[in-house]
Design a protein around this ligand. Structure first.
Ligand code: AIR
Length: 201
């Protein structure tokens, strides 16, 4: 399954080629991607989303990994829960960087997926972020893309400057006009819902 609508909806005007592929192990994981979507919208990074399980559809996972460089993908984000083989299998089958996101689950809280994702054998690295750390995965993917993209590098500079001012990261990414943390805001502003804003194109 591939979410092409998402691919078309985000990114710079006129450019439709995704540079990041996000792959999750189950359709049930898609709802976990909202913070990554917010990051990509804020930075104007074009991405695509696929569902492919390393255990249920291993051939599809290998195809995605092998095709990615030819399609211009610069980095893969792979998220899976439980016995999370997906990031490692993708990393085994491609030379582009793989960022792994261990997803939490009720039984072991995500420790199972964390260990499966982070404990890769020497020679096959997966850059593992925190359990459910999809925002950081998307920011790291953006940083990798920015190595060859001056506009993205400038936008990352703006982002870091806003962080240093003490803004609330998710408020900033979600387009809140006043992204200060609650204890920094006037009482009336702190209770208001974040205003929606189109990502910069
Ligand atoms: N998963 C799917 N195939 C292999 C693994 N490890 C993961 C999914 C999901 C969890 O198992 O990434 O987080 C439960 O998947 P489901 O489809 O049973 O809800």
């Amino acid at each position: 399954m591939s979410d092409r609508g998402e691919r078309a909806a985000v990114g710079e005007a006129g450019e439709q080629r995704p540079s990041v592929a996000v792959i999750v192990g189950s359709a049930n994981d898609l709802k976990r991607l909202d913070e990554a979507r917010a990051v990509f919208a804020w930075f104007g990074v074009i991405y695509e989303v696929h569902v492919a399980s390393a255990h249920r559809a291993p051939r599809r996972v290998l195809d995605l990994a092998e095709d990615a460089p030819r399609r211009g993908i610069r980095v893969l984000i792979a998220g899976a829960g439980k016995s999370a083989a997906l990031p490692g299998v993708l990393a085994a089958a491609t030379t582009i960087p793989v960022i792994g996101v261990p997803f939490s689950s009720p039984d072991l809280g995500g420790l199972d997926a964390l260990l499966s994702t982070v404990q890769m054998p020497r020679g096959v690295p997966v850059a593992t972020v925190a359990i459910d750390g999809v925002a950081n995965a998307a920011i790291l993917a953006t940083e990798i893309c920015a190595l060859a993209d001056a506009r993205l590098a400038r936008r990352l500079g703006e982002f870091k400057a806003r962080l240093a001012e003490g803004v609330d990261v998710m408020r900033l990414l979600q387009g809140d006009e006043d992204p200060r943390a609650d204890d920094e805001r006037p009482a009336s502003a702190a209770s208001g819902a974040p205003a929606a804003r189109e990502a910069e194109r």
